[in-house]
Ligand binder design. Structure first.
Ligand code: BGC
Length: 718
């Protein structure tokens, strides 16, 4: 359709038809053979059967056959034959599941999320998905929050690079193309800043902090051409995001020029009543539409109220027309008016789901997302010895992580992958039965230490798979204790006390507090949830087929009482000069270091690298250079990181800010020179009046292997 035809369509629509386009309902309301159950969800929503035919989109009802069935029925019943928009949470894969997004960010390699997203899009598109509710760009500083597993982490620069890569992967250069989907960046804005890490809790940050840290990744998605933006559940400046004019009208639309479709999060318009900021559904609808919301997810306040609001002169009809135009234009851009199924195709599903090419990518990518946190005496990679497995996660197959819209059937356990890798029918194992309730959020595992010690008595090396249950992270899965549970800690300690080499593989959706177990482990691999091929990824890393290269993207706390602990904090008026600072009246804890257990950017490799002295020039921008050499006998990857610190600013400046990173691969003995350029634009920040400014002066320029290990040179930038 051309633009004129789109406008004609818009003008031929009734009010109710327009408001239907602005409403998204669950698929059970569309996917019905026979009679509607008018006493069920329809009644709750105060809808009649014929209302359904006017609705514009649905969520998480997928599968080629199902989508075609829904679409056929809808196209027949909708007076104007406007196709439904089929959206779904394709977060880290559709059938072939990739590492959870936080793990992907830890790769520090944007090419990987881009590749994973493009495979996810291919599979999802075959299953009829047209829009994915991804990527999640929410910056996070508090590991108590369960959605850390979906977040790119604590750093605005890394988050932006990872988020835009996801958008490119899902959408390609044209989301209409076969195997592509439109992306919806979420949750705008600052959803990751919920107080005390409790999901859906209040967010209370100043606009300066919002602009300094939280916005960059959403903005990067917008610059990358993302088609949709989802608003968040939380308050911003005491106003829920769904009805927040400053976020949506001012920042997103006016300042960034976003012209695509906005959608609320699940029932977020309705929740403005629970927040106590709207009196009733009519007020919620008016405020959400005035704020710039185009689609209301799973509640019907627009549909029920907006026509009357317009008639009473309380809502400008123009706002509705603008919203509906954007929705119709998106449908048109996806080619739905010509082909409402888009790529839904049962044959393609068979061909693509879990195909060898996708599994190969999942395995290759997964191996680059596991972080080697400790490797005392180079006990890894494994070589020889009598090996056994232990820990509650050794035999578990539920390794896909939250938001995997598929079952873990056919997924191999880490134990099975070890047997396969070692060509053994079985191996000594301290935990043979899969835990019955790993997906129900249990807090500890049975104490099986004595059984484990007995089963492993002949082993000198034990790989102990510990961590938290899949259901312990994800949406609504906030926790106040991040310690390894007592029975798991006991297992690790007793294995070490029995004289074995202990290698911990930690499965979790967030950085856990590893302080208790660290002294009892010779090596620790933070494995997250790596998806369909996780078990093989773990053996690849532990046996050295893959040399670890991933880095910490959210600081690992020593104790939950430190949270939030992050590298890019402000200095304070009384900064510690170092851990031994004798002055009492300093910003510190009496009972814990200020520093995290593992800082942002940290991660080991089986290789070793040396850094030359860095050279830095100032002037009109920063140019910095370092030569890195692989001093070991193993090829490996090093992630060279560049940080800056603005020595004096008109407002406080972070002690360090990542402004560049480059992952280089070096053969044994090989060296490479890495150069960074940091422009004035990249050095700009929101001043006291929230204007983005560059303030000339001195900058500390730092290059190193992580945020805590850097060499610093001071330069002047004019
Ligand atoms: C989540 C979103 C998700 C939506 C639709 C909400 O509860 O916060 O991230 O996209 O549900 O499933």
């Amino acid at each position: 359709m051309n633009n004129e035809e789109l406008l004609q369509l818009l003008h031929s629509m009734t009010h109710q038809e327009k408001l239907g386009q602005m409403t998204q309902l669950t698929p059970d309301l569309f996917d019905i053979d026979g009679q509607f159950n008018v006493t069920g969800p329809l009644k709750e929503l105060n809808l009649e059967e014929e209302d359904i035919s006017r609705m514009g989109s649905t969520l998480n009802g997928t599968g080629a056959q199902r989508v075609k069935r829904m679409q056929d029925k809808h196209m027949k019943e909708d007076r104007l034959h406007i196709p439904l928009l089929i959206m779904a949470d394709v977060v880290h894969g559709y059938r072939t599941i990739f590492p959870v997004p936080h793990a992907m960010s830890c790769s520090f390699n944007p090419a990987l999320p881009e590749e994973a997203a493009s495979i996810a899009a291919r599979e999802a598109a075959a299953a009829g998905v047209q829009v994915t509710f991804a990527p999640m760009a929410d910056l996070v500083r508090d590991p108590r929050w369960g959605r850390v597993m979906e977040s790119p982490g604590e750093d605005p620069y890394l988050n932006a690079k990872i988020t835009e890569a996801y958008v490119r992967g899902f959408q390609g250069s044209d989301p209409k193309a076969e195997g592509k989907v439109a992306a919806c960046v979420k949750h705008f804005a600052a959803y990751g800043a919920s107080e005390a890490g409790r999901d859906y809790n209040t967010v209370d940050i100043s606009e300066g902090i919002l602009r300094e840290f939280y916005l960059s990744a959403y903005q990067a998605a917008v610059k990358a051409g993302v088609k949709l933006v989802m608003s968040s559940f939380n308050l911003y400046e005491r106003v829920p995001a769904a009805v927040n004019k400053k976020l949506q009208r001012q920042i997103l639309r006016k300042e960034w020029g976003f012209d695509g479709v906005t959608i609320t999060d699940y029932s977020a318009v309705d929740e403005t009543l629970s927040h106590g900021v709207c009196q009733d559904g009519a007020e919620a609808a008016r405020r959400a539409i005035e704020a710039g919301t185009d689609i209301e997810m799973t509640s019907c306040h627009f549909y029920q109220n907006a026509e009357r609001l317009v008639a009473e002169g309380k809502l400008d009809e123009k706002l509705i027309d603008e919203a509906v135009y954007r929705i119709l234009r998106l449908k048109n851009e996806l080619g739905l008016f010509e082909n409402p199924y888009k790529d839904a195709d049962e044959e393609k599903e068979k061909e693509l789901f879990l195909c060898p090419e996708h599994l190969e990518a999942a395995r290759r990518i997964g191996g680059q997302c596991a972080i080697l946190l400790k490797n005392e005496n180079k006990v890894l990679p494994l070589s020889g010895g009598k090996l056994g497995l232990a820990g509650p996660f050794a035999c578990v197959k539920d390794l896909l992580g939250p938001w995997a819209l598929t079952s873990p059937d056919g997924v191999s356990s880490i134990y099975n992958a070890f047997c396969a890798r070692m060509g053994m029918a079985s191996l000594p194992c301290g935990m043979t039965d899969e835990l019955p309730s790993l997906t129900t959020g249990i807090r500890d595992v049975p104490d099986q230490v004595e059984e484990a010690l007995q089963a492993l008595s002949g082993c000198d090396t034990v790989v102990v798979c510990i961590g938290e249950n899949v259901a312990d992270s994800g949406e609504a899965a906030s926790k106040v204790s991040l310690r390894i549970s007592p029975n798991q800690e006991k297992l690790v300690r007793r294995l070490k006390e029995s004289g074995k080499t202990v290698i911990a593989v930690v499965l979790s959706g967030r950085p856990l507090v590893l302080t208790d177990i660290l002294p009892h482990c010779d090596a620790v691999v933070q494995a997250w949830y790596l998806g369909t091929e996780m078990a093989k990824c773990v053996t690849d890393v532990l046996f050295g087929d893959v040399n670890p290269s991933a880095r910490v993207a959210l600081s690992f706390p020593r104790d939950v009482g430190q949270c939030p602990v992050y590298y890019n904090h402000y200095r304070t008026g009384r900064p510690l000069s170092g851990p031994d600072d004798p002055d009492f009246y300093k910003s510190r804890y009496l009972d814990c270091s200020n520093e995290p257990l593992f800082p942002f950017g940290y991660g080991l490799s089986y290789s070793e690298f040396s850094y030359s002295p860095i050279t830095v020039t100032g002037g009109s921008q920063i140019t910095a250079q370092v030569t890195v050499k692989n001093t070991s006998s193993r090829a490996g990857k090093e992630t060279v990181q560049l940080y800056v610190h603005d020595v004096v600013g008109s407002v406080a400046r972070p002690v360090k800010e990542l402004k560049g990173f480059e992952q280089i691969e070096l053969q044994p003995g090989e060296e490479k020179t890495v150069s960074f350029q940091v422009t004035k634009e990249a050095l700009s920040f929101p001043n006291e009046d929230l204007e983005l400014v560059f303030e000339p002066g001195e900058f500390d320029v730092m290059i190193g292997s992580d945020s805590a290990h850097v060499e610093t040179v001071r330069v002047t930038v004019q």
